[in-house]
Design a protein around this ligand. Structure first.
Ligand code: SF4
Length: 349
């Protein structure tokens, strides 16, 4: 089991729940825009938020961002090249820093940063991605080993200065490389792993690649915090991450199951499912939308609530038992009412 690393209020590793991360795409110096996006990310289920720190003003903005936020979501400073930015970010409240010691490059700079990180009890994430392999490892090893060894080289740089509060990432744009490199690192050290692909792409491509890589690793018990990489709105990354964790049984997230539709289908399954999905995701219910009565009730019997429709009538069922028959044009309305009723009567609501 990996060791535990505390990032603000969130613990990564050692059997703690796998946490969801994302990264803002605002200028960190634009405090209002960054606070707004962090709030949106948190509302979507993000548990650790990373911000890019490109200059001293950005590092200092972290203090103001945290004050304005009014939430204790941990903030990670993403720093390259200049160790002073990482130090300044820590002094201004960053809960973790993500650096690449390889591009900071000099021992005394790493030593200075490590001293401050120790003093403030702030962990450091290091790692490698397919675009930043160390040349000597690239020449010596296959790409997977080179990726793993490049990350471990950075770990050893921190360890050399007595720093062990480390999270590691090894990322590639390639699914198999990412999986194998994480397996390699997990077999060598006990630090928690931040898993995900790098530059996974856009839309469905990014979702499919991330789901396979992250899902495979999590099912093997590897990975302690995840970041899905999708170009564009970071909220999508969080939504996909939640669905991945739910799919591998690590989170209970409300879900709509819908039949794939076939020649028997008589209602607009896709439209109904998409309409109710935002509400269902706020619950822990499974809601089935099935396109016909012939197979629908049976196939959807594992759902908490479901509908199976024809052009003339729709059957509403709960846990496989038929509850009532309604007019097809009232399906969304009726499902919404039943879901809201469940929300009101669930414990803790
Ligand atoms: S539930 Fe009915 S419409 Fe949907 S895929 Fe199955 S048989 Fe086809």
């Amino acid at each position: 089991m990996s060791k535990a690393v505390k990032v603000g209020k969130v613990v990564i590793g050692k059997g703690y729940p796998v946490s969801i991360q994302s990264m803002t795409n605002t200028r960190t110096t634009d405090v209002d825009a960054t606070v707004k996006q962090i709030r949106e990310l948190v509302a979507a289920g993000c548990e650790i938020v990373r911000v890019a720190v490109a200059n001293l003003e950005g590092a200092r903005s972290i203090r103001e961002i945290k004050q304005l936020l009014g939430s204790d979501v941990p903030i990670v400073a993403d720093v390259h090249y200049d160790h002073r930015l990482a130090i300044e970010a820590i002094k201004n409240g960053a809960d973790k820093v993500r650096i690449n010691p390889g591009n900071i490059n000099q021992d005394w700079k790493i030593r200075e940063l490590v001293q401050v990180a120790k003093e403030y009890s702030v962990p450091i994430r290091v790692g490698a991605n397919s675009g930043s392999l160390r040349k000597e490892f690239e020449q010596k090893y296959d790409r997977i080993t080179a990726l793993g060894e490049s990350a471990l080289y950075e770990v050893r740089l921190l360890e050399k200065f007595g720093f062990f509060d480390i999270v590691i990432s090894v990322k590639s744009t390639d699914v198999l490389e990412t999986i194998k490199a994480n397996e390699y690192v997990a077999s060598k050290v006990e630090y928690p792993l931040h898993i995900g692909l790098t530059e996974a792409g856009v839309g469905e491509t990014a979702i499919v690649k991330s789901s396979i890589a992250i899902g495979h690793l999590l099912l093997k018990g590897i990975g302690n915090t995840v970041r899905v990489s999708i170009a564009g709105d970071p909220i999508k990354e969080v939504i996909v991450a939640r669905k991945i964790l739910a799919s591998v049984g690590l989170r209970k997230v409300g879900q709509v199951i819908a039949c794939p539709t076939c020649g028997r289908c008589e209602i607009d399954v896709e439209k109904i499912a998409k309409t109710i999905e935002p509400l269902v995701e706020k619950t822990d219910l499974t809601v089935a939308v099935m396109g016909c009565i012939v197979n629908g009730v049976g196939e959807g019997r594992h759902a908490d609530i479901g509908v199976a429709g024809t052009r003339q009538k729709a059957v509403i069922f709960e846990s496989g038992k038929i509850l009532k028959t309604i007019a097809p044009d009232t399906i969304v309305e009726e499902l919404t009412r039943l879901i809201q009723q469940r929300i009101k009567t669930s414990p803790g609501s």
